[in-house]
Design a protein around this ligand. Structure first.
Ligand code: SF4
Length: 63
């Protein structure tokens, strides 16, 4: 399953990474949260987009 598409700026790798989770605020803003940030401080909680290179990238599984 691929990560859901979010309107707005190109997220780069986060847009198709299984470690990405989309967070929506009450005001309608959307962010990509990197799940690896929970266990590895080298990864920012909210990566600066677009992410062009990332050692933690893992392609979301295709169905
Ligand atoms: S591992 Fe890299 S590409 Fe994947 S969500 Fe985190 S920052 Fe984005």
């Amino acid at each position: 399953m691929s990560a859901p598409r979010v309107p707005g700026p190109d997220p780069g790798l986060c847009g198709s990474c299984r470690n990405a989770r989309i967070v929506e605020t009450g005001k309608g803003s959307r962010f990509y949260l990197c799940e690896l940030s929970r266990t590895d401080p080298a990864f920012p909680r909210y990566p600066r987009l677009p992410v062009l290179r990332c050692r933690g990238y893992r392609a979301a599984e295709e169905r």
